[in-house]
Design a protein around this ligand. Structure first.
Ligand SMILES: [Zn+2]
Length: 299
């Protein structure tokens, strides 16, 4: 599905990026919205300022959690459902400081009021979990620690802050948004009760950019862009196995809190930023639509 969808040059022009744009200011043309400028924030101060401005402009609730020893705050924006909430979705970005597309995607989500397309969903967004890593452009934080191996415990300040910030939440599902800096195609670790969802999400992403075509991603077998998940029982078994080493990424912490449905999106860092951002939007929107449809079917 992937490569064909990516290469398709039919009447429906999905995006166009001029070749000499750099990552800082890539322009993206969409047929409906016209030209969109993807603005990559230069640093965490700019992320904070943009989140503040976007929240203020739309009357959204912004919470700031001081991170011990950094003099910086973890940011969280909550968007209430306009209708009684059918579902609660969390989006996490910026765990790794060298993966900018998820951060840009969350900023656009706030600035362009993209939540308005899904009024029955309550959103909680965490624009950047690793402020010092973002400022340095490194996967790890300023102390060389990969936050995404620390979520079993409260040792690292950024992790401790986030764990506390979500400890009492009851999200139905979440997007843990990442990039694979060495990849040219998208893939996802997707764990949903409805096993058709990962494929449907990848199909939506494939309309915006390339899907991985190799049989392995990050040393895991991958099929059609989805890192194999197994059925519900094997999933729980596998998770317990994974979790035994104590090097938990964020999803394991949320899984341990009882959230069983989620996806980690991995956009390909080797292609231009505007496309990666469009792919992150597509993955989230498709998940939101599937979630909304499943909830209204339940009602
Ligand atoms: Zn990552």
């Amino acid at each position: 599905m992937s490569v064909a969808a990516w290469c398709h040059t039919g009447t429906r022009q999905l995006y166009a990026v001029s070749p000499n744009e750099n990552e800082e200011r890539a322009t993206l043309s969409r047929p409906v919205e016209g030209e969109i400028t993807v603005r990559k924030p230069a640093n965490y101060a700019e992320i904070t300022a943009r989140v503040q401005a976007a929240a203020a402009a739309s009357g959204l609730r912004l919470r700031r959690y001081p991170i011990d020893g950094l003099g910086l705050d973890l940011l969280r924006v909550d968007i209430a459902a306009a209708e009684p909430a059918a579902a609660r979705l969390a989006v996490f970005a910026g765990t790794h400081g060298d993966e900018p597309a998820p951060v840009v995607t969350v900023l656009e989500f706030l600035e362009q009021r993209l939540w308005t397309r899904s009024p029955s969903v309550a959103f909680s967004v965490f624009p950047c979990l690793n402020p010092t890593g973002y400022d340095l452009g490194t996967r790890e934080n300023k102390d060389g620690i990969d936050l995404n191996r620390q979520f079993a415990r409260d040792e690292v300040p950024e992790v401790r802050t986030l764990r506390a910030a979500v400890a009492n939440d009851t999200f139905d599902t979440f997007v843990d948004a990442h990039e694979d800096p060495e990849e040219v195609g998208f893939y996802t670790y997707a764990f949903f009760n409805d096993s058709s969802w990962p494929r449907l999400i990848v199909e939506a992403v494939a309309e915006q950019g390339p899907i991985i075509s190799t049989p392995e991603a990050d040393e895991h077998p991958v099929e059609g862009g989805v890192v194999g998940q197994g059925d519900e029982e094997t999933r729980d078994e596998r998770f317990r196995e994974y979790m035994a080493d104590g090097e938990w990424p964020l999803p394991f912490y949320l899984y341990d809190l009882g959230i069983r449905d989620f996806m980690t999106t991995e956009t390909p860092g080797m292609i231009e930023l505007a496309t990666r951002v469009a792919m992150q939007h597509a993955a989230r929107d498709r998940l939101v639509d599937l979630l909304t449809a499943s909830r209204s079917a339940d009602a």
